[in-house]
Design a protein around this ligand. Structure first.
Ligand code: EPZ
Length: 429
């Protein structure tokens, strides 16, 4: 298994290009199942999770074409995928693929809506919490699907097609909103989704569905109204910039007290993150190509954070901010309200000298003058990247193990950081 070696303590300076959002790309790819015509997606990131989704869709019968090199991403080829689900050859999503990536469950809504049936493995728990899919299933049941759980699989059937319904989610869920939104596009009549997730990735999916012929109102609000169509058609769509990658590299600039321009960002999507960084003492300014994040010579201070559904502070940035707050003056309280087990990075950060106490869903972080390098590992994507960030600031050498977590969600991470002066390399095993 590859590892990442970092020699910390160098302020980052330079430019980093932001890629397309993984969490937007995954549901967009699943949306290809809704039509027999080609769906062309540009600005796709090169990530293991994208390959896993491509494998899953491939075994449902989706045919892939790959093309293009988009400006702003280092000219790497293969940014445009054309997905054609001319014929669905299988409605089963097997355990072996679903267990590798929970987002696989996003094929459920489109398959039932188009084929009248689907058999999708239950994803099971994961490193950040139990993560049930009950809201996805309840929503589909309200659209008229018969749902049965048998031998680790979700069996969903709607032989006469789905019917529009008024669905009130008791809790905001990104994945459940996406699954029901896709299914509702081919349901008979009108569906209203109340308490829908408003994350930019959900809006990106909705806009692509509209381009495919869907009628959706309320995009970006908590109530989505969908009028079902008999069929959707092909479309072309560009994936939104990754707001979590943007935030992560902003922290890389801040934690090293550096000065970095992030190119190709969607600033409107990072308001909560930007506001928190400014409170901490980081300077952010708009440039012609994106934003400049500067902490060089600044006195940074601790602030309190609470994760919330969008537009609140994102849970996917919590671990990275904890690494930063471990290096700022004073104390900070971080409260995690989305996932029950998302402090797995705490003991590893502590091994690097961070002072963090966890009390239930909250963690008190007391800043220290210096972190120190250590061998570390983490159990999920954002926790792993928080250790890389801590390593960039720490004195001495940090080895981050289990790099495969990083490869799921950060493209050429070490290349992008090294281009700004970080001493970072991948050690191949
Ligand atoms: C998406 O996960 C993201 N993944 C996650 O990013 C992100 O952390 C999360 O949204 C929250 O923003 C993708 O988009 C692929 P949820 P998702 O359903 O859709 C509970 C990353 O690092 N819930 O919004 O699975 C759930 O347990 C990943 O890139 C139910 O109770 O998250 C959680 O407490 C990690 N029942 C809360 O809702 C359900 O049926 C929010 O989860 C569904 C969810």
């Amino acid at each position: 298994m590859d590892r990442i070696r970092i020699e910390g303590g160098r302020p980052l300076k330079g430019q980093i290009a932001i890629g397309g959002a993984k969490n937007a790309a995954l549901p967009l790819m699943a949306a290809s199942l809704l039509t027999d015509e080609p769906l062309s997606l540009s600005n796709l990131p090169h990530l293991v999770d994208i390959a896993t989704m491509a494998n899953l869709l491939g075994q449902h019968g989706v045919i892939f074409g790959m093309d293009g090199s988009e400006a702003g991403n280092g000219g790497h080829a293969g940014r445009v995928f054309t997905l054609t689900a001319g014929e669905i050859t299988s409605t089963t999503a097997p355990y072996d693929l679903v267990r590798r990536m929970r987002a696989s469950v996003l094929v459920l809504g489109p398959l039932v809506a188009r084929m009248g049936q689907a058999k999708v493995s239950l994803p099971g728990g994961c490193a950040i919490g139990t993560r049930p899919v009950d809201l996805h299933l309840a929503g589909l049941a309200e659209l008229g699907a018969e749902i049965e759980l048998k031998e680790g699989y979700i069996h969903a059937r709607a032989p006469k097609g789905l019917k529009g319904a008024h669905i009130v989610f008791p809790k905001v869920s990104v994945g459940a909103t996406e699954n029901i939104l896709m299914a509702a596009c081919l349901a008979d009549g009108e569906t209203v989704i109340v308490n829908a997730a408003r994350e930019p990735e959900v809006c990106d999916l909705a806009r692509c569905l509209v381009a495919m012929g869907a009628e959706i109102e309320g995009i970006g609000t908590g109530t989505l109204t969908v009028v079902g169509e008999k069929r959707l058609h092909g479309a072309t769509h560009a994936v939104v910039p990754d707001r979590i990658e943007t935030g992560t590299f902003a922290i890389a600039a801040a934690i090293t007290r550096g000065d970095v321009e992030l190119v190709g960002v969607e600033r409107a999507h990072i308001e909560a993150v930007e506001k928190t960084l400014i409170e901490i003492g980081v300077e952010i300014a708009e440039t012609a190509k994106g934003i400049r994040v500067k902490a060089e010579g600044n006195d940074l201070v601790g602030v309190d954070i609470m994760t919330e559904p969008y537009p609140g502070f994102p849970t996917d940035m919590q671990a990275q901010f904890m690494a930063l707050l471990a290096t700022t003056k004073g104390a900070a309280m971080i409260t995690e309200t989305i996932f029950e087990n998302r402090f797995m990075h705490v003991p590893e950060l502590a091994r690097m000298g961070a002072r963090v106490n966890v009390h239930g869903a909250s963690a008190i972080v007391r800043g220290v003058p210096h972190l120190s390098g250590a061998p570390v590992m983490a159990t999920d994507l954002r926790a792993s990247v928080s250790l890389v960030l801590a390593g960039l600031a720490a004195r001495g050498e940090t080895i981050v193990n289990r790099v495969y977590h990083l490869d799921r969600g950060y493209e050429r991470l070490e290349e992008k950081l090294a281009a700004c002066g970080a001493r970072i390399e991948r050690l191949k095993d």
